[in-house]
Ligand binder design. Sequence first.
Ligand SMILES: [Zn+2]
Length: 314
Amino acid sequence: MAGYRIEVTPPAIERYRAGNTGIDYVTTFDSGSAGPHVMVNALTHGNEICGAIALDHLLQSGVRPVRGKLTLAFVNVAAYRAFDRANPNAARYVDEDFNRLWDEATLSGPRRSAELTRARVLRPVYDRVDLLLDLHSMQYPTAPLMLVGMAAKTEGFARRVGVPELLVRDPGHAAGSRLRDYGPFADPGAPQIALLVECGQHWERRAADVAIEASWRFLAASGVLDEVRAQEISRPAAPPQRHITGTDAITINSEDFRFAADYRGLEVIPTAGTVIARDSGRDIRTPYDACVLIMPSRRLGRGQTAVRLGRFTG
Ligand SMILES: [Zn+2]
């Protein structure tokens, strides 16, 4: 697999270590007025540099809420510190994927890892947040996506944020719960909302620009900013959003999984029954016409999600 050029420079974040919450790399600004507690999260995956650039930008901008509270967190700093331009994928995590730990049994269970330790420290922060934006990036340079889960509340708020153009209603991964599916975020009856934005390819400059724009528009939509500032941010209007409804996640069952072609994501496979992969000799076929491939993975290990399938629904 060809590598990608690293166009971004990982920002120095040591200066944010102390923060003001008693938790390393977590800073909360409290307006002193009633309002939502909103949070922007970077480095859930340590090699997804765009989030760190966006958070550094927000902190340098001097952003402060006029209502409610704003929390800014660099999550998997241990993995980020190991970022090496010669082997940039290795910094995704230290021991395991931080974004597959977010169910009660795992968080409260006996297992230990660098990521579980950090998750257990950060959990009380997520428990107090009303609106969360989790900034990510992808392996291939496809159009930015917002993963909104299956709850209508999330899609409604995503439409107020207005970017990116593509919203994906997705059921998640067999390999474990993501932060955006944690507790009240995935509960259709609870008011809390988590948005996950995949800003672009991990190391393209454009992904950082998307992360910054998504962060500002998220803050504007959340109601914590001054109205005039929020209106400025929301102009010009972004292109109308479209949505893809995820139907299936293809989980890898063997050590011999291969895609039938060099898929990058957002391909629309016209005919039902087209073979898109082989898993230990078993054909994986598209279940319906005009099937969209969502975020095919380059990490093809047993138990991992190889690709999600969906259809354009609006
Ligand atoms: Zn990620």
